[in-house]
Design a protein around this ligand. Structure first.
Ligand code: ZN
Ligand code: ZN
Length: 408
């Protein structure tokens, strides 16, 4: 079968690989009918999340049909249409039973203390072969798969595999109360769903910050106030929209590939921190910090890993809440702790507990409360996956979220 394989930083290929088989009685094998490219995948190719193993199939978002079931998966039938939770979970350990399915004790082959296990990630997360493929083996299938109800399309379900639940998780752990003002840093797909979720939870005002006009336009269509940090100082703009007080809640939906401003008033401040940012990039992306793996302008690491965090902390009101859903690798060790401490901030962060959230979002979509396809901008055959990655990586205008069709 065809699958997208990680070979090295800056080197991914659509390869012919062996079809997956049932290996454990808790496994299932699914034929994928939809997959997708995620910003998280870019970290592995840019080298800002290292420790990938050559030969790992990429991708952690999928919808498919069950073709084979292990003996101990008793809650599904062959032929069921399912959405895959990006993070794997057993469903019976203490973290799973408390809803912290991303911290499952049993899913990660590296042991109970190894942390989140997800598809298509680095060695410390499994590695588990991913979902940008025609078929996939799903370990702990009873909990890692969720049945898609009738009335929810593949296009809708693929956005509920990871990015909608991650945005929801960011808004939910921030504890948004009716009327509150929320700043969302980063208007990629996860940021868009953080905006949507904050509004569904009753936020009074959402301010969206990004350098890309197409993403800001999508945020405005959802009802957010938009700020382009290449044109104005985002902190000044946020002051204007909050009566000088700052926001109640800030959500970082950017993560390690954060960029500083290159134009406008915010670029001047970034210039003074150039050396600090250079060191940070070296820390998180030691093999690509000098752009050793950059090809035709692709796979450039973000140039200011802590910029989004720093702005989020500065934009918050005193005693506000910071919620981090942008991805940071274990190698990231810089955090503006002093600024946060002296404002009495509350900080929440983590990998999305997909299994705990996905059933609720499937129901919201089935009822028509929200249509997630408003964020989907491209549908591409798996045969074009490498060029789709290149366009998404370069943030080509209009390329916000790409669904892949594995059978084409
Ligand atoms: Zn994802
Ligand atoms: Zn578990």
């Amino acid at each position: 079968m065809k699958a997208l394989v990680w070979h090295a930083i800056g080197d991914i290929r659509l390869d012919e690989v062996a079809e997956p088989q049932i290996e454990q009685p808790t496994d299932a094998v699914i034929r994928l009918t939809a997959s997708a490219i995620c910003g998280t995948d870019l970290h592995f190719i840019r080298g800002t999340f290292s420790d990938m193993k050559e030969g790992t199939i990429l991708g952690h978002e999928g919808v498919g049909i069950i073709e084979q079931l292990g003996d101990r998966v008793r809650n599904f039938d062959i032929g069921d249409r399912v959405v895959v939770c990006s993070t794997l979970s057993c469903g019976y350990c203490p973290p799973c039973r408390s809803g912290n399915t991303a911290q499952c004790d049993n899913a990660n082959p590296n042991g109970p203390q190894a942390g989140t296990c997800f598809f298509g990630g680095p060695q410390a997360t499994g590695p588990i072969d991913g979902l940008q493929a025609e078929k996939a083996r799903i370990p702990f299938a009873a909990n890692t798969l969720v049945k898609v109800p009738e009335g929810v399309s593949d296009e809708q379900a693929i956005l509920i595999s990871d990015i909608f639940p991650t945005g929801w998780f960011g808004a939910e752990m921030a504890g948004i109360k009716r009327g509150e003002t929320v700043a969302v840093f980063g208007c990629g797909p996860v940021g868009q769903f953080a905006i949507a979720s904050a509004l569904l939870m009753g936020a009074g005002r959402v301010i969206a910050i990004d350098p890309q006009e197409d993403r800001l336009a999508m945020a405005r269509r959802q009802g957010a106030f938009t700020v382009n940090f290449e044109k104005e100082d985002p902190l000044e703009a946020i002051k204007t929209f909050t009566g000088g007080m700052g926001v109640d809640i800030a959500i970082d939906a950017v993560g390690v590939d954060s960029q500083h401003a290159h134009h406008g008033p915010a670029a001047k401040q970034a210039e003074q921190k150039k050396e600090q940012y250079r060191k940070e990039v070296q820390q998180v992306a030691p093999e690509n910090s000098e752009h050793q793996h950059v090809r035709n302008g692709n796979w450039v690491p973000g140039d200011a890993p802590t910029q989004a965090l720093e702005w989020a902390i500065q934009a918050l009101k005193k005693a506000g809440t910071l919620s981090i859903i942008g991805v940071y690798p274990p190698a990231a060790q810089t955090f503006p702790i002093g600024m946060a401490m002296n404002k009495n901030l509350t900080m929440k962060m983590g990998n999305c507990n997909h299994h705990a959230i996905i059933p609720h979002l499937l129901e919201l979509v089935r009822m028509g409360a929200i249509d997630p396809t408003q964020v989907l901008t491209q549908v591409e055959p798996l045969s074009d996956v490498v060029s789709a990655y290149e366009s998404f990586d370069k943030r080509k205008p209009g390329w916000i979220k790409t669904e892949l069709l594995p059978s084409q």
